[in-house]
Design a binder for this molecule. Structure first.
Ligand code: WT7
Length: 654
């Protein structure tokens, strides 16, 4: 595991351990027996979880794995995801219960009950139907963090359309690539959203994307900021013009358990993002069960807040589908955590009495950097469970989170999962599992994971290896959109019969699991997955760039940071391809091609790149250089001098 950072190495010496708080344990949703129960009969456990949903037609078989690795869960069952998130709660008398307390960055607020959300989704479903959207059609969603984003997703689900949400921080290019891959004809967007104290436009990026997507014939635009935006009369429709005049009831049809629910694009090891496909019955079962047990959700008293963006899988599973299917009351916030001041989150937690908070290590480290005086200004005593997701959490951040946010009383659940897994796979259960700072601990009940060596053999306690999932699970991806072979190759071929996650992991002496980061060419920057190849691809698309090699290096706040080594074309005059201005030009180019999150932190313009005799760029060496580590073996290099030169340059610039 060459990518293991110094911080992660520390984590392996971590000895502290925290037991579940007795009061929490006494009233916990999940108890210790659940592990044994699930181990005795995994499929019966998942069937019992699925029973908590409302099915129009019951299933005949829990799992059909006869066409492995293509799974079918709850075979023959039929249900509607939106009905499970909304109508059934209203029918059970909870129409007046708040689904979302929402706060915009400027301070505007909305309170939306389950009955109101149901009516909004019915209206939007009717509008989509009027626009000609039918079951199986793909709909892109490119939105800020506003309630209409949830409404748009659930309206799609209600009519069986497949949504594909693209994070609002991605560029027009990225949106266009995904829209074309999904062959979507409709994009739902907003004029913009509020971030860092200003209106941040989204619609212009949609216009740019549409120029490359001839099949898109309608763009539905929510008015959020009121800012001026370009308008295309034949194509663009204001959300309020078409949605508001629709009836607020809609007869929902039930769909097959395996009906596609959404596609979420994520970076792999190639330049082309993969469209991860999730279906309906198994996915809802997985997110509902995990959301309830991992966060110990007491739906009638808890106030739950997941600080992720809906544009990522965390938002799909733990802002939208899990919490709503569980009839939770959630808080949702539009903007950035330092607007107007660095205590915005703590001020809102105090105001709404948030009891469960789910966020990412990079956010926690940012708060650490800002200082504990910001949370200290506020009464955070309503909090009772804290969650972490997105990357390995270093013990320092874990302890800071526990001390300064959790008042030394709240259990921390470090939850490991992926876009592909759909729901949480490895995590403590707050009333059951002791926690260790930096460890995700053990597989969720009904999930079977292992840590294996190069040959796929389980490693003994105290050893590291590759994380695998050994049995299919309900919320697993059903494939990669349009590319079944890539699904088999990426996940099921490295260790035949086992799902290869792409992460390194260690089992400690107690058998508990510690995640050690990616073992492939995927970087994790602020909890966002970015492929080295994708960034290289973006860099070489710049007219002056000849070659690029990209590696992830350790960063104290973002976890990993992107370092790019670039060579320029011989035809480019030397003075046009050096210095801070050129580096800035390249960074802007990457932002345009992918999005600001993919901008390299450092760009090194070099005369050459280290390559093997067969011409393969030696990323391992570049990683060593970027991490300022001693150089590894360079004997297979074409020109060992290249490495020394780069290292000297980096030392000089750093
Ligand atoms: C990758 C998946 C799942 C939602 C957010 C990211 C890393 C995620 C943890 C954790 C260590 C983690 C892994 C994984 N990761 N959670 N608790 N501890 N690493 O979803 O973009 O699909 O990324 O994030 O490397 O493979 P994603």
């Amino acid at each position: 595991m060459s990518a293991t950072s110094p911080t992660l190495a520390n984590l392996l010496h971590e000895q502290r351990r925290f037991d579940p708080p007795p009061e929490l344990a006494a009233n916990a949703i999940a108890t210790a027996s659940i592990y044994e129960e699930a181990a005795r009969d995994r499929l019966a456990f998942w069937a019992a979880q699925a029973e908590r949903l409302t099915w129009a037609t019951p299933w005949e078989q829990v799992l059909d794995w006869s066409d492995a690795p293509f799974a079918r869960w709850f075979v023959g069952g039929r249900l509607n995801a939106a009905v499970n998130c909304l109508d059934r709660h209203v029918a059970a008398g909870y129409g007046g219960k708040v689904a979302f307390y929402w706060e915009g960055e400027p301070g505007d607020t909305r309170v939306i009950t389950y009955a109101e959300l149901t009516a909004m989704v019915c209206q939007a479903a009717n509008a989509l139907t009027e626009l000609g959207v039918t079951a199986g059609d793909r709909v892109m969603i490119y939105m800020p963090m506003i309630p209409e984003t949830v409404v748009a997703m659930l309206a799609c689900a209600r009519i069986g359309a497949v949504h594909s949400v693209v994070f609002g921080g991605f560029s027009a290019e990225a949106l266009a690539g995904r829209t074309n891959d999904a062959q979507a004809r409709l994009i739902i967007t907003a004029d913009g959203g509020f971030r860092r104290g200003a209106a941040h436009a989204l619609k212009p990026a949609v216009d740019d994307a549409c120029a490359q997507c001839p099949q898109v014939d309608k763009v539905l635009v929510v008015r959020r900021t009121g800012q001026d935006i370009p308008w295309n009369d034949g194509r663009d429709i204001w959300w309020h013009d078409i949605v508001d005049r629709q009836p607020s009831t809609h007869e929902a049809q039930a769909f097959d358990a395996e009906h596609p629910l959404y596609i979420m694009y994520t970076s792999g090891t190639t330049a082309k993002p993969k469209g991860i496909l999730h279906t309906t019955g198994g996915y809802l079962t997985g997110v509902t069960a995990t959301h309830r047990m991992v966060f110990d959700l007491h739906e009638d008293t808890d106030l739950y807040w997941c600080g992720a963006d809906i544009g990522w899988v965390t938002g799909h599973s733990y802002i939208v589908y899990g919490p709503l299917a569980n009839r939770a009351t959630s808080f949702m916030y539009e903007g950035t955590p330092d607007t107007p001041a660095k205590d915005r989150w703590w001020q809102m937690i105090e105001k709404y009495r948030v009891s469960i908070l789910y966020t990412a290590p990079t956010t926690i480290r940012t708060f650490m950097k800002w200082g504990e005086e910001w949370p200290a200004k506020h009464d955070l005593s309503s909090l009772r469970v804290l969650g972490s997701v997105g990357e390995p959490i270093n013990p320092e951040a874990w302890i800071w989170y526990r001390t300064h946010i959790g008042g030394n009383r709240c259990p921390i659940v470090d939850t490991w999962w992926q876009t592909e897994t759909g729901s949480i796979m490895i995590t403590p259960l707050p009333g059951v599992t002791s926690t260790k700072p930096g460890a995700a601990m053990r597989a969720f009940p009904g999930i079977t994971v292992d840590v294996v060596d190069n040959d796929g053999n389980p490693v003994p306690n105290g050893s590291g290896g590759y994380l695998v999932i050994t049995e299919p699970w309900p919320s697993m991806l059903r494939g990669i959109w349009g590319d079944p072979q890539r699904y088999i190759d990426t996940y099921w071929s490295r260790f035949p019969g086992k799902y290869f996650a792409g992460d390194g992991a260690k089992r400690d002496e107690d058998g508990d699991i510690w995640l050690l980061g990616r073992v492939d060419d995927v970087m994790n920057v602020s909890g966002h997955r970015i492929s080295t190849t994708e960034v290289e691809h973006a860099l070489v698309s710049h007219p002056k760039v000849a070659e690029a090699a990209v590696v992830g290096t350790h960063d104290p706040v973002t976890g990993q940071a992107i370092v790019a080594f670039v060579t320029v074309k011989g035809s480019v005059p030397a003075d046009e391809a050096q210095g801070a201005a050129f580096a800035a030009e390249l960074r802007a180019h990457v932002a345009k091609e992918i999005g600001p999150i993919a901008k390299p932190r450092d760009i090194l313009i070099t005369a050459d790149l280290p390559k093997t005799r067969s011409g393969k760029i030696m990323r391992r060496l570049l990683r060593d250089i970027a991490d300022h580590r001693e150089l590894g073996d360079t004997t297979t290099l074409l020109d060992p001098g290249v490495v020394q030169q780069i290292a000297a340059q980096l030392a000089g610039s750093g």
